[in-house]
Design a protein around this ligand. Structure first.
Ligand code: BG6
Length: 508
């Protein structure tokens, strides 16, 4: 892989959690892989006052605590922390941006790099427009010489209107091709592998349509609760936090047409077409097509866990959903009539994200199936953990007669023993450095995704009759979500019916 050209990365919100837990460890991994630019610097910005030395010390600790690199080579860490400096900036104070500009150009001269700057907004979203505006005021936003790129993190707005407003404001200051909207799911190897599985193999794509596929199921389950993010989460909920972005991007990659090239717009245009083809769920249909739930207190493997309403920062009468399941259709030639089921939730029995393609059954049943085997062929793309792909199909049981047993053919990424799977942030930061925006959400994708969730948001806001179902922490969400998958013998796939004793994921 090529080394990116020389540049400086500016991180706003440098004293925050995202910087220490994700960004610095990912940048350190790029250092280990020799994928950082030859001449490179990181300028941390934040309200907290740090000296360069203190900032370096703090970032060193974050590498030691959060880096996935097993070998914490001291020399390499020293070299890495040498890239770091700090500038205290109040994001809403324009004069601080004059100071930042001086500092930035001085650093560029010091390390002898052209003024190629990446601005990472690791701040609350309410600051994005302000920071862009202040950078614009001091002429740091536009291209004169060198490039200027802006990374922003979800949520990109709160609903369709605020999402559009954010895009409008940013576009007044910078151009769309300068903006890199991070959806970290797109940085996951296995999410990118959906494209390779579909378009590098001749055997799947001919079946990948309404003629052979019965339904598609996407699950993103988390075993953790809202942890320290109750305040943010209570005003967000699972629909905004996971569905509008991560889940709909996975739907896009699963359902899209083959792109004509790997160019960033070819792929994103195809994803956009899928999002545009999602059948609108009318407000009146929300109760029948969408189930929302909220976890209640419970005991999981002997440990008491509080209900959502008892988490820090959460209102005692909160109706925010920590679980959501949706049934919908895609109105196009390939998918007409095939139901898609997606669900996500916190405090479910395990952490697992997977895409399950359920193929249609054979038209005529010749063979005797084992008792309880109603399964049809399934292709399971395991996004995490135990990344891999599993194909379920029927085989003859040895012995007399023609008894049929459902068996697995599986591939695990861990079988690539000598290949390290890079973290999502590592991949995405590298891509911004080389100017590849394929794995970032474009303005029209974000707005179209908001358009899809909008009637659900409105129905929930306007109709108090729509229930928020409680589900005990550690279970698979409200049982009514089973009603979405109607039909005899059909259920969601429960990937860990056989939880191992330590509660870890274990495949059946
Ligand atoms: C984030 C959400 O975008 O994704 C979190 O804000 C969620 O609430 C997280 O926990 C899940 O990411 P991952 O990579 O752990 O599946």
């Amino acid at each position: 892989m090529e080394k990116p050209g020389n540049l400086i990365l500016v991180i706003f919100g440098a004293s925050g959690d995202l910087t220490s837990r994700k960004l610095i460890p990912a940048l350190f991994s790029l250092k280990v892989q020799k994928l950082l630019p030859e001449k490179f610097a990181i300028l941390g910005c934040g309200r907290t006052e740090y000296s360069d030395i203190d900032f370096r010390k703090k970032m060193r600790e974050s590498i030691l605590s959060f880096s996935e690199e097993k070998d914490h080579d001291k020399g390499l860490i020293d070299e890495f922390t040498g890239y770091l400096s700090y500038c205290s900036v109040d994001n809403s104070n324009p004069s601080d941006f004059e100071k930042l500009k001086k500092e930035l150009f001085a650093r560029a001269i010091e390390i002898d790099t052209p003024p190629n700057f990446i601005f990472y907004m690791a701040t609350p979203p309410s600051m994005y427009s302000k920071i862009a505006e202040n950078l614009h005021k001091v002429q740091l936003a536009e291209y004169s010489s060198g490039f200027r790129r802006f990374i922003i993190e979800k949520p990109f707005g709160y609903d369709l209107e605020s999402g559009r407003e954010l895009n409008r404001t940013l576009h007044e200051l910078i151009t769309e091709d300068q903006i890199y909207r991070i959806d970290h799911y797109l940085g996951k190897e296995t999410v990118q592998n959906v494209l390779v599985t579909r378009f590098a193999n001749g055997i799947f794509e001919p079946l990948w349509n309404r003629n052979y596929i019965h339904r598609v199921e996407i699950t993103s389950a988390e075993s953790i609760g809202v942890e320290e993010r109750g305040g943010y989460y209570d005003s967000s909920g699972a629909l905004r936090d996971m569905v509008q972005n991560h889940l709909l991007q996975m739907v896009g990659l699963t359902a899209m047409e083959p792109p004509s090239s790997l160019g960033s717009n070819s792929i994103r245009n195809e994803v956009l077409k899928v999002l545009q083809s999602l059948q609108t769920i009318k407000e009146a249909d929300v109760p029948g097509q969408v189930v929302r739930g909220q976890y209640t207190g419970s005991t999981i493997r002997g440990v008491c866990v509080p209900g959502y309403r008892y988490e820090n920062g959460v209102a005692k009468d909160s109706r925010t959903e920590t679980y959501v399941a949706i049934k919908f259709f895609i109105n196009n030639w390939r998918w007409g009539g095939v139901p898609f089921y997606i669900r996500t939730g916190k405090r479910l029995p395990t952490r697992v994200t997977e895409i399950v393609i359920h193929f249609k059954k054979t038209p005529h049943h010749l063979f005797q199936r084992e008792v309880g085997n109603l399964a049809s062929n399934q292709l399971i793309i395991r996004i995490q953990p135990d990344e891999g792909i599993l194909l379920k199909f029927d085989m003859k049981e040895p012995g007399a007669g023609f008894n049929v047993k459902n068996v697995n053919m599986d591939f695990h990424y861990r079988d690539f023993a000598d290949i390290r799977v890079p973290s999502a942030y590592e991949r995405l930061l590298y891509d911004v450095m080389i100017g590849d925006s394929t794995l970032f959400s474009r303005d029209d994708e974000v707005e179209t995704a908001w358009k899809f969730v909008e009637p659900i948001q409105k129905a929930w806001a306007n109709n108090r009759e729509i229930k928020v179902y409680g589900y005990p922490a550690g279970t698979w969400g409200p049982s009514v979500s089973n009603d979405l998958i109607e039909g005899c013998g059909l259920t969601w796939r429960y990937p860990c019916k056989n939880l191992s004793d330590d509660g870890l994921y274990c495949e059946l």
